[in-house]
Design a protein around this ligand. Structure first.
Ligand code: NAP
Length: 309
């Protein structure tokens, strides 16, 4: 019997339909991959936040909603969604995030800006410390945070991880809870945020927690804009207490032209490009989950609806 798979992300159909068809074939899944269908006949839904599909009630046969995005904050609270929701954990997306985090960490660690923008030809021979002398805090030790922490640790940065639950990760000491957050922030010269947006993580970096950071600390946020209180961040940067913030994600995207982040010399804006889902590898992840659903195996990357991620 052939499955009906509804591709409910029309904006990226062109990018995905060939790779998905190929991945389904590789997994021996007989399926009709369609953009419209009778809801009662749909077996799986492939979803993105831009999807026009918002009412999941009529999809009575649907066994899972498979998100093309890692962050699921725009669907996780949808009251009509009773089907299992899986988020995207894509090896190529992880690779992209590791490159973004390592690149921006090294920019600040090595003080590259001083030499790239040197209109007065100043011979400033200040030598940066070694990575081993630059403590990094990784807030969020999930799929992305762990990969980034390990890549930075491989360059000798002393990385400390922080997450909701206790963790044991090779080479990375990990903390959790409120005391753990205080401890990790008090020593970090570079802080990376790779947390999901949930009611518990919103404004995690606020006036009180930002004040815990050492003078001159740098923040990298490829997680979600709402993790940081914008006004508190601007206050710490404009007073010169914190060194710089490189931000990839914002409460409103695109970041409005009149947003003060654009004007701050201590903020670098990257336009939500830290890590994109890549259709080749993501199609294999989707096919693997459909295969598991049909074989009666537990889905991979299942979202805990109560936890919000
Ligand atoms: P993940 O595997 O679900 O990991 C999330 C991590 O955050 C886990 O370690 C989790 O702790 C921790 N966490 C959640 N709530 C917490 C809390 N209240 N206190 C402390 N730690 C908490 O997610 P992921 O795949 O690594 O992705 C992380 C986020 O990156 C996504 O949610 C998305 O927002 C963002 N992202 C951004 C881009 C981009 O291009 N900028 C691309 C992809 C993803 P436990 O391990 O204890 O559960």
């Amino acid at each position: 019997m052939s499955l009906t798979i509804l591709f409910a992300a029309p904006a990226v159909w062109g990018e995905y339909h060939v790779t998905l068809e190929a991945a389904l074939k590789r997994s021996n899944i007989k399926a009709n991959l369609v953009q419209t269908a009778d809801p009662a006949q749909v077996d799986y839904i492939i979803y993105a936040p831009s999807s026009p599909l918002q009412d999941f009630t009529p999809y009575t046969r649907c066994k899972a909603v498979l998100s093309l995005w890692a962050g699921v904050e725009r669907i996780v609270g949808n009251a009509s969604l009773s089907q299992p929701l899986c988020r995207m954990v894509d090896p190529a997306l992880t690779e992209g995030m590791v490159e973004w985090v390592v690149g921006h960490t090294l920019r600040h660690h090595l003080g590259m800006d001083r030499h790239i923008n040197n209109p007065d030809h100043i011979w400033d021979a200040t030598v940066p410390p070694l990575a081993r002398e630059r403590p990094v805090a990784m807030l969020g030790m999930g799929a992305l945070g762990t990969a980034c922490a390990q890549a930075l640790a491989a360059l000798n940065f002393p990385v400390t991880g922080w997450s909701r639950t206790e963790k044991a990760v090779d080479r990375i000491p990990c903390l959790n809870g409120t005391d753990g957050l205080t401890q990790v922030l008090q020593t970090a010269q570079i802080v990376v945020l790779l947390l999901p947006k949930t009611p518990d993580t919103e404004n995690l970096l606020n006036a009180r927690t930002l004040a815990l950071l050492p003078d001159g600390a740098v923040i990298l946020n490829p997680g979600r804009g709402a993790l940081i209180d914008d006004a508190a961040l601007l206050a710490e940067l404009s007073s010169g207490r914190l060194g710089h913030a490189t931000l990839d994600v914002f409460r409103q995207e695109p970041l409005p032209q009149d947003h003060p982040f654009w004007a701050s010399p201590r903020i670098t804006v990257t336009p939500h490009i830290a890590a994109d889902t890549r259709s080749e590898s993501a199609a294999s992840v989707i096919a693997e989950n459909i295969h598991r659903g049909e074989a009666g195996l537990p889905f991979l990357h299942l979202v805990d609806r109560a936890r919000g991620y």
